[in-house]
Structures are given as structure tokens and as C-alpha cells.
Design a protein around this ligand. Sequence first.
Ligand code: ADP
Ligand code: MG
Length: 691
Amino acid sequence: MAITLNSPLTALPGIGPAVAEKLNKRHIHQVGDFLFLLPYKFQDRTAITPISDLVYGESAQVLVTVQSAKVQYGRQRMLVIECYDDSGFLTVRLFHFSKAQMRLFKPDVRVLLYGQAVEGQGRWAMMHPESKVLKSDENVQLSDKLTPIYPATLGVGSARISRWAAVALDCLANERISDFSDDFLQKHHLAPLKAALKAIHQPQVGQRESDILNPQNPHLKRVVLDELLAKQIGMLRKKARAKAADGFALQIDEHRQSALLKQLPFTLTNAQVRVITEIFADLILAKPMHRLVQGDVGSGKTLVAFSAVLQAVANGVQAVIMAPTEILSEQHYAQALKLLAPLDIAVVWLSGKTTAKKRRALLGQIAEGSAQVIIGTHALFQEEVIYHCLGLAVIDEQHRFGVHQRLLLKEKANHTGKTPHLLVMTATPIPRTLAMSHYADLDTSVIDELPPNRKPVATVLLADNRRAELIERIKALVAAGQQVYWVCPLIEESDMLQAQAAEDIHAQLAAALPMLNVGLLHGRQKSDEKAAIIAQFQANKIHLLVSTTVIEVGVDVPNATLMVIENAERFGLAQLHQLRGRVGRGAAKSYCVLLFQQPLSPTARQRLQVIRNSQDGFAIAQADLNIRGAGEILGTKQTGEMSLRIADLQRDSELLNMAYDLAQTLMTDNPRLADEIVARWVGDAEDYLEV
Ligand code: ADP
Ligand code: MG
């Protein structure tokens, strides 16, 4: 049977189940998928370059005769082959070579080489060129096209991928591939997809690699746009599906809302008022809310969440507030006891330290509905937690509410036939490009204003060898009644090492500051131990708190005015900003000291300067994105998220805008094309988008 773009991989020569499985991991499931795996460089094997015409730094194919080959012993063993052609001499150096290779390079044999021309000891040289020793009567086969080089992966080599891609291109020549109208393509200076793919995989002789791979190349742009569109359309569909579900139409109880606000010693910021209005507008609809609230550290997200929770309760449905850590969930519980309980609302806290007996009682209350607001960690979605009628879930400080968790949430309300409202809150500002691509399925609100009287935190960079000065400073500060956080170096590899580092630093500081009460907080302590320490810090019984990043989110102690971060160069910018947000919450001027280890690399210095010079979470996140790339900001733990294969959010931000604008129109005007675009990029991965 003839091979087509839709044929299974195993229809291709050399692909059995094992190789197919490896390719699947690279989004390649059928023959046509090779079209969307692009070469990352090209070799020009269409001609032979005389040695005298070589250009420094450029790759070329040369045909030479071996003069001598010998092994040189120096710092590193090396096979040195002296060669020549009619126009000059060339030295080839191989650092890795076999006995067989040594025997091949005999004087007078002809060798075809492809490699980058460099200079060594006054003559041309190539390090590790690709080489082919010719038989005495063999003619050189010149290629009639540029040779594309594909990214090899998982043990599947570039040369094999190249052969399969060529088959896919042959199929493409005979098959139809859906595309925009000619008018549209012309108007937007884009190439037709078919031509674009051919031009990138098999560029014409004489084209420069840098031009082919230039992001402004209309061929490349067309392919990138296609991918971004597929992603965008997938997101919009996911959003539409989510919206099509039945939800709880809540009536806004203005009376109870003002009762909540009356208890506060302050008034809401305009931004808080606006975001609450946006949330209420979602809650009154008989469709589930899917809203992301972004607000910098300290912008007052808790109250916004409580406003929504209050409305759920006022309408007789339950609300959960899920926090990423036990500590944070306890703080929410304390706040809820202060602000919600006085309004006759039954608030419960499901904690890891709840005794089995108490827990059974709580689970009973949750199941029968007498518990109205339930606060906890991920445990809230455990199987044994059965809700009477769950109407709202607030997820705090989560970068992304995963697909899996969304499913669980839906399941928790299955018996009601409705999907609970979802409110996700994050202090990690999401730059526009990311918001448009990865979060396009959520509606977003931004609390873009801090409560008045917040003072910026003065931030200084300090070399680690000046700790003594810092210690003196801490003495004075504590004498004046203030408190200090001391954050330990980040050790991502191991919780255990991290805890150990914290213990060491705690011991050092306790010895250096014997008159102070120095506390210690890390992730390996039991949760009641942690809670007790935080309570002591809150009560100013602990003056200096040595901590790992467990305090990153949520801990609120306004009397702490100095935050020291050790080995600050190891942290991400967004994380430093979050940590710094723990101070500057009270009336007194606050400081953040970023201790760094010398020598500091230029990039590390540049990153720390971003933090020193800016208090704006959004600007910092954008800088972070530029320096570290999107993956880091999204977090590595997200499984099931579709990643981008060709597009690059930074480089292709213009096309991203275009895809964003275009996706909706396309779905309305040309749903078939929209379908096909999604199908060719997402294929069987669309399951992920079903949720
Ligand atoms: P985050 O957005 O970081 O979660 P929180 O909700 O914890 O911020 O609020 C931080 C602090 O600011 C809390 O002590 C809270 O009581 C206070 N706060 C919240 N809103 C206001 C406001 N409008 N005016 C003054 N203080 C506020
Ligand atoms: Mg918060």
C-alpha cells in the first residue's frame, strides 16, 4: 500500500514498534508528523570547495588526499591527519577515533570531508569533520540539495529522521493540506503551508542557513503561526467546553458582603473592588467560573477570595480554600476565623495534624453540609472527602491548577450535576505572552494596586564576606523591637540537604547572636512544630527566623523588617520577589539584603540588579522570562501541558498576537480549517484538552 501522510509510522522502512514509541514521545505519531519536526541546521554538500577558498568559521565540503596520519600524545590523545588538494594543505584533528579509523587514513587515499574550517598553526584545519574515505575508483556523489540536519533524540539519529522526513515530503507533494486563502496569505506576508514546509526541509541550493532559519523568513513564520494557532484554538475550545457545563447561579447578597467589609480596619483598594465585581459577575451565571486572579504579593487577594466564599455560603453551597502548604492553610484558617466565623459561618480546617477522631467528625460535617467553608491543602480533594454540595473552589498561590486537579474538583460535585466555580489566585505575575498562550482558557483579573502606605523594600546586594556587618545591623534592629527573616540557600536536589544547611546556618547565627532568640523553620519539620514556630515569630518571641523557602508564600508578620537571603544568586527572580514580599508589611521601613557568593557571573549580577532596581512583580517576571525561558516560570511539575515544538514565545511574540486575534475568527468563519490545524499539531494529544 502506498504511504500517505496519514500512514502509521511503522509503514516507514526502519520503524518498528520500539522506534515508533520513541518517536511518539516527540509528538510524531504518523508519517505526516515528520513535516513539523524542522531541521535546525543545513549542510551544503552540493559542491566541493578548494582548500584555498575556505572561509574561516564556515562549514564546507572538501576533497583531499592524505599525506600522513599519526597519533599525537599531548594533554589529550589525538589523531592528526595531514591532507592536501590542488590548492593547499589542511590538517584534520580527531579526538575520538577507533583503530579501524587509524588504518583507513593511509597516505594517498582520497577523503571527502565536511566540517567547519578553522585555522591552526598557520594552516587550515578541521576538528572532527564528517569523513568518508573513497575507494580508489569511486566518484564523488554531490548532492543536488542542501542537506537538512534534524535534532537527533532518544537514540534515533538525525540521518534516519532525515530519510523519513524526505518520505513525508514526497507524500506532501501529492496530497492536499488545508491552508488559508491566497488573499489572506498575501495580506499577511505569509507563505502557503505546503510551500513553506518544502522550503524549510529542502531549501534551494545557494540559500544561507541563517536566512532559512531566520524568524522573519515567511516560510518559517507560516509554520510557527500554524502551531500557535493550534494551541490557541485548543485553548479556546477547552474554555468553551468548560463554559458549556452547568454551574451554580449564585445571587449576590450585598448585605452580607458589607457585613464582611465592615469588620475591616481599612477600605478596599479600587483594584480589589473591581476584581470582586468581576468575580461576582461570573458567580451569578449558571455556568462555572474559571477565573485567575493575579495580584502581587500583599495586594490583598485573601479578602477577594473571602468575598467569593461568602457568596457561596450565602447561597447554601460549600466553598473550599486550598493552599499549597499546611502553614499557609493554617493562616487562611486563622483569617477565616477572624472574618467569616463572626458572620455565622461554619469554617473548618482539614489539617495533616488533625487527629483521626476529629477528622472523622469533620468529614461528617463536610458530608452533611454543616461545614460551610473548608480550608486545607491538596488533601481537600482526597477520595474520602465527600462534599454535601461543593459550589466554589479557591486555589491560592498555585502557578497552575492542573488538568488532573480540575477533574478531581469536578468529581467532587458530580452528584449535584454541576461544576463548581473555580477561582485561582497567584502572586506570580504572568507575563502577557504566557498569559495569552498557556492561560488562555482562564478569564483573568489583575489586582494592579497595593494597599496605601506600603513602602518599597530597600534592596541591597552584599558580598558574603561582609556578614559581620550584617550581624551588627541585626543586633541594632532587634534592639529596636523589630524582627528578621534569614532565608537559607536553595538546594533543589534534596529536601534533606536543604534542611541540613538550614540547621548549620541556624547554629552559626545562634552562636553569633547569643542574646537573641533564633528560630528555625524547614520543610522536614512536623507540621505542628512548624506552626508553633510561626506562632512564636508572630508573637515576637523569636527575633530572627532562619528558614528555607517554606516561608515563600503567605506568612504575614508585619513587625519583620529585614529579610536576608543567602546565596541569592541561586534563586529565580520571581521567587526572590515573593520572598521579599514577606517584609514591608508594617509601618517601619523595611530592607532586603541579597547575600551573594563571589565571584558573581555577569548574568547573575544582572539578575540580582533587576531585583534591586524593581519592586514591580510584572517587570521582574518579564525579565525572568527573558533570562530563563518560559519553562521555568510555568514550573517543571506540570504534566500533560502541551509544550511548543517550534514556536518560541519570546522570539515569536508578534505571531502569538496574531494567533490570538485570529483563532476566534477562524473558529467562526472556517471551522474546518480550525479543526485541521488542531489535528495536525495536537493529534491524539487532544485528550489533554478535553478537561
Ligand atoms: P496577598 O495578596 O499577598 O495574599 P493578603 O491578602 O495576605 O495579600 O494581604 C496582605 C495584608 O494586607 C494583610 O495583612 C491584609 O489584611 C492587608 N490588606 C488587604 N487589603 C487591604 C487594603 N485594602 N488596605 C489595607 N490593608 C489591606
Ligand atoms: Mg495570599
